[in-house]
Design a protein around this ligand. Structure first.
Ligand code: MSP
Length: 491
């Protein structure tokens, strides 16, 4: 039987610098979803990676005095190590310099050309290299890019255009019918508004950018980095699952030696694509239109989360407030960073984060909350020589209410629920005073601590996608009754 992998994607990040906490935010969220769906018995394919071509990378390489390929090769380990440090278990790490991907992109573009959805036109516009896109005059603030504060370059060249405007109607229908879900609701409305206002055709090649994939049939141009990058989601299936039978797919290229013949999964389409709102236009308009053009199935869901500021300010190198996820992991541990980022504000909204805020979460919710609860419960069970029903530990099944919150990407609410339960249990202990019951009412004592013990064990599966290490430690401690601080005091 043909099985469908639950396919989760993050954006592929630009490798012009090391990853920061913004990249970590999306990737951690994807990992939580991946672990959650795995715990429900799904076969998950979780894809992340890096975007390696384009002017932005070429300029960064030049500034570093390196050849582009040498430069990206030098930065890739920083991404992979960061994900390892954060306990992110992706299935594959995608690189757009993978020769198999380059061939698939060229085939994809040739197919668009063959279907007459590509035209050559003269184009003049204002290009922001940091954004890697043309900006419309009304997007500028004082003539500058609102995101980067830099003056865009005037570009005038002959480019190949993808006839995006042709797909406005079909795309709108797919969105309105709910076949193609865009979340949160406010972002969906934004996208619908943009489509209704009219879509212009988009340039998909660059004349003066050498660091890219040659445009099929015209070596004087390279494929625009965004088109190259978006196709990664599609290439991945072709590369890693050449036997997949999805519509329009499969059997195209068999060049990855790791693929075994028994890999007969269908991977396409993605079940959920994550990103921040900054790149929703590419993901929810350009990308699905390209798929419609080739009769490929649309992803089921895209979710654009918010942007965060650091200490109330936009994160930037010049401000010096860029948070390095690796330093945070060193200080607080991977689980606390994962927890703090997702707990702080709703996933779909903007919010603020800082080292102080993470430290406060660590102290209040984790060290004094969960850590203290586990430690004192196990210590009292030992001290009062109570028998717990180890064999009945409910550490496997997901709590359905919390599971639903995860499926809706309401990570902050799921964690608030867990934290609320921890507070209630700590309070329950304070009110029932087991230390007093030990003298007066042994039966009640066993009941009270037995209840807390069982409640803790049933929290394990819900905690596990968010804080895998902590959940594993908790499970072991509940089984062996050997307590050890889960969240040691910070220096
Ligand atoms: N290379 C493109 C994506 C191509 S996907 C086919 C790109 N790369 S990026 O390195 O700029 O990454 C953008 C993404 O990083 C955002 O969409 C988001 O997932 C994450 N974030 C970067 N900064 C962020 C914040 N300050 N806050 C939240 N997420 C942030 O765009």
């Amino acid at each position: 039987m043909e099985r469908k992998k639950f396919y989760i994607t993050t954006p592929i990040y630009y490798v012009n610098d090391v990853p920061h906490i913004g990249h970590a935010y999306t990737t951690i969220a994807a990992d939580v979803l991946s672990r959650y769906y795995k715990s429900k018995g799904e076969e998950v394919f979780f894809l992340t990676g890096v975007d390696e071509h384009g002017a932005k990378i070429a300029e960064a390489a030049k500034a570093a005095g390196k050849e582009p390929k040498e430069f990206v090769d030098s930065l890739v380990p920083a991404f992979q190590n960061t994900w390892k440090n954060l306990n992110v278990e992706y299935s594959e790490f995608f690189r757009t310099t993978n020769p198999a991907h380059e061939k698939i992109v060229q085939k994809f573009v040739s197919d668009l050309k063959e279907k007459s959805f590509i035209e050559k036109r003269k184009y003049e516009g204002l290009y922001c290299v940091a954004c890697e896109r043309f900006l419309q005059p009304d997007e500028l603030t004082n003539g500058k890019c609102p995101d980067h504060g830099t003056k865009p370059e005037k570009h005038s060249e002959e480019n190949y255009f993808f006839l995006l405007s042709k797909f406005a109607k079909n795309l709108l229908e797919a969105i309105e019918a709910g076949e193609y879900q865009i979340l949160p609701e406010s972002r969906r409305n934004e996208v619908i508004g943009k489509i209704k206002a009219g879509l212009e055709d988009v340039s998909i090649s660059r004349e003066k950018v050498e660091w890219g994939i040659p445009f099929p049939g015209d070596e004087s141009q390279t494929i625009y980095v965004w088109i190259d990058a978006l196709i990664n989601y599609y290439s991945a299936e072709k590369i890693y699952f050449p036997n997949s039978h999805s519509r329009g797919g499969g059997n195209l290229l068999k060049m990855d030696p790791r693929v075994k013949p028994e890999d007969d999964f269908v991977v396409w389409p993605p079940d959920i694509q994550l990103m921040a709102k900054d790149i929703l236009w590419f993901h929810a308009i350009v990308w699905p239109a390209m798929l419609l053009a080739l009769d490929l199935e649309l992803p089921k869901k895209v979710f654009a989360h918010g942007f965060f500021t650091v200490g109330g300010q936009k994160m930037s190198k010049t401000r010096g407030n860029v948070l390095d996820p690796n330093k945070l992991v060193q200080k607080f541990g991977a689980d606390a960073v994962r927890y703090a980022l997702l707990r702080q504000f709703p996933f779909g909204e903007d919010g603020d984060i800082s080292e102080e805020k993470i430290a406060a979460r660590y102290e209040n919710d984790l060290a004094n909350g969960l850590g203290n609860l586990v430690q004192r419960t196990i210590s009292m069970i030992n001290k009062y020589e109570l028998k717990t029903q180890n064999s009945k530990l409910k550490t496997e099944t997901q709590n359905s209410k919390l599971g639903k919150l995860v499926e809706e990407l309401k990570f902050d609410q799921a964690l608030a629920e867990i934290n609320g339960e921890v507070s209630r249990l700590n309070q329950y202990i304070d009110e029932n005073k087991p230390w007093g019951l030990a003298k007066s009412n042994k039966e009640k004592l066993a009941e009270v601590l037995g209840f807390v013990f069982q409640s803790l064990s049933s929290l394990v599966p819900s905690l596990s996608p968010f804080m895998p290490e902590t959940a594993a430690k908790m499970k072991k401690q509940l089984e062996t009754l050997e307590p050890e601080p889960l969240f040691p005091r910070l220096d």
